[in-house]
Design a protein around this ligand. Structure first.
Ligand SMILES: CC(=O)SCCNC(=O)CCNC(=O)[C@H](O)C(C)(C)COP(=O)(O)OP(=O)(O)OC[C@H]1O[C@@H](n2cnc3c(N)ncnc32)[C@H](O)[C@@H]1OP(=O)(O)O
Ligand SMILES: CC(=O)C(=O)O
Length: 542
């Protein structure tokens, strides 16, 4: 028997554009629409033609979609006008989109307060506007705004709005939890009651907002009650707290509830990629704890968990991460046991006999250092260097004799107040003692510049090393300026590799140096560069 079909409606480009801090260009909209189409989404709501120049530009020349139906959003006609003479509806008719989505009131209180019209006139506004869109475009849906609040206040009126839209030819009646305050058991009961009142389930859609953190649960509850279209956005973008996150809705509907959502064969396995690509486009840091697709969604930290996951991942994973394009990660920290360490070492290609006594030393050393302030679950490169040093060896590419950093705040020749830093480094490479000085716009920048200046002639492999992120955390805030400081540095190079290192000290520059030292060592070690002397020859010890 084939699985029941639930249609997917994506509103990333319409309700998602109402997200605080999100601003799509017309080109962004076209690119996002294409990627949603490649996933196999049924409907893509592109925006509101007539509302702003971006949406007008988008709908004047929309991308060609292979499968999805492009929807243009608008509102029912204004009171006192005919649908044919309504400028808002005219803009929708002119938009290059085969489907119109019209928002209209379904709560009598909103008719009186927000629109200032009698409830009966609102029903006529819905019917006239939908009829026009069906006649001119072929397909229309009615977004029943505030449906659940309206149903609680006056169920007959709320249902009469849905029926007016369907009688006028709407393909879907969309039950909107506009204020996002409805809970899953209420959504399920009200959706079931609507269907029992004669609205066919295969014409009922659900549109939930996340104001009680239940938008996904509410969407699933409506499907349980018989709704056959789910609306949402990628990563839960949307007005206020956002909309139902389709990235969570889709695998829950397919993998847990057995519905067919019509995705292309590789669609499910592309969810992680699609989610992260949208964040990248919007310049937002991905939510590492996002269900299904977050970096931490299948990251195991507790020693008991890792020990069992090594035996069978089902012990602590609700699905195989690969099904949604994600992957498992084993973290090492003070919550770790031998299993975490062995697994992480295997991941970096270091096969160690499980009975090797040095493994226990690695576990103990990690726990001791984490007690002092290190954090290895976010600094995989520093962990790898630590473990390799304890188990085997890592070349000493250079030795620091000393560094000195001075800051100067002064007025420059243009009369501007500037602060410059200057770092002096004395290092030993092979048996040569070298010294260099470099300036930077801050002490760590100057230190980094001086280190590269002294090392690059001997290790040209460092030329593409970039520091891409720098985080400082004060670990003992009570000690004020004498606090312990943890620095995390994320580095990258031209191969696309990224790695994170950690340094800890009571002095922020010293902590930064430690993290920088690990970053440089990791880069040279993973590039299999041998330690050299200052003349560039491979050092004798190597
Ligand atoms: C629940 C939702 O998310 S609905 C989508 C919300 N999204 C947006 O509002 C984003 C795009 N919106 C816009 O660019 C603008 O609001 C526009 C262009 C649509 C309208 O702008 P304006 O004409 O300046 O009106 P404004 O936004 O101030 O007020 C909305 C008007 O629409 C009326 N209105 C609201 N809903 C409806 C409806 N369903 N049917 C008819 N009229 C409606 C309001 O009563 C109000 O009328 P008033 O000005 O006579 O009081
Ligand atoms: C239409 C819509 O976005 C809402 O009612 O929430």
């Amino acid at each position: 028997m084939s699985s029941p079909r639930v249609h997917l409606f994506d509103s990333t480009l319409r309700d998602g554009a109402q997200t605080h801090g999100v601003d799509f260009s017309a080109a962004d909209k076209a690119a996002v629409a294409r990627s949603l189409d490649s996933l196999g989404i049924d409907y893509i709501e592109g925006g509101w033609p007539g509302a702003n120049p971006t949406d007008d530009t988008f709908f004047a020349n929309p991308p060609t979609l292979s499968r999805a139906r492009l929807c243009a959003f608008g509102m029912t006609r204004r009171a006192g006008r005919s649908a044919d003479n309504d400028p808002g509806l005219r803009a929708l008719l002119e938009a290059q989109a085969p489907v119109a989505v019209l928002v209209g009131k379904s709560w009598d209180f909103q008719c009186k307060v927000a629109l200032g019209v009698e409830p009966d006139e609102n029903v006529r506004m819905i019917a006239d506007s939908i009829a026009l869109m069906v006649r001119e475009k072929g397909e229309a849906m009615y977004d029943a705004e505030h449906f659940f609040d309206g149903y609680k206040a006056n169920p007959d009126y709320a249902v009469s709005c849905l029926k007016a839209a369907l009688d006028a030819g709407a393909r879907w009646a969309v039950l909107c939890d506009t204020n996002g305050g409805t809970l899953p058991h209420e959504v399920e009961a009200i959706t079931a009651a609507v269907i029992a009142a004669g609205v066919p389930g295969d014409q009922v859609a659900i549109h939930c907002h996340n104001d009680t953190d239940n938008a996904v649960a509410n969407s699933l509850a409506a499907v349980r009650a018989g709704a056959r279209q789910v609306q949402g956005t990628i990563n839960g973008l949307g007005e206020r707290c956002g909309n139902a996150n389709l990235i969570s809705v889709i695998p829950s509907l397919t993998l847990k509830m057995g519905y067919d959502v019509g995705l292309n064969p590789d669609g499910l396995a592309r969810l992680t990629e699609i989610s992260r690509a949208l964040d990248e486009r919007l310049n937002r840091a991905p939510n590492t704890h996002a269900p299904y697709v977050g970096v931490s969604a299948f990251a195991h930290k507790g020693g008991l968990h890792v020990s069992a996951v090594e035996k069978d991942p089902r012990c602590y994973e609700h699905i195989d991460p690969a099904l949604v394009g994600n992957r498992r990660q084993i973290l090492v920290s003070d919550q770790a046991g031998r299993s975490n360490v062995l697994s992480r070492l295997r991941e970096v290609g270091l096969e160690v006999d499980p009975d090797e006594p040095k493994v226990a030393r690695v576990v103990d050393e990690v726990k001791l250092r984490e007690f002092k302030g290190y954090a290895y679950d976010g600094a995989g490169a520093s962990f790898e260097l630590l473990a390799r040093r304890l188990l085997h060896r890592v070349p000493e590419y250079f030795r620091l004799s000393s560094f000195r950093v001075i800051d100067e705040r002064r007025w420059n020749a243009k009369g501007e107040l500037i602060t410059l830093s200057e770092a002096t480094i004395k290092a030993v490479i092979g048996d040569q003692h070298l010294m260099t000085v470099a300036e930077g716009n801050g002490p760590v920048n100057a230190l980094d510049a001086a280190l590269r200046k002294v090392l690059m002639p001997v290790y040209p492999q460092l030329s593409d090393l970039r520091l891409v992120d720098y985080k400082v955390r004060i670990l003992t805030p009570d000690a004020a300026t004498a606090a312990i400081t943890r620095v995390l540095i994320e580095s990258a190079d031209s191969t696309g590799a990224r790695w994170t290192t950690v340094g800890v000290s009571s002095n922020v520059i010293d902590a930064s140096y430690n993290a920088l030292h690990d970053s440089i060592t990791y880069k040279l070690f993973t590039a299999e560069v041998p330690a050299r002397d200052a003349a560039g020859a491979v050092a004798a010890a190597e």
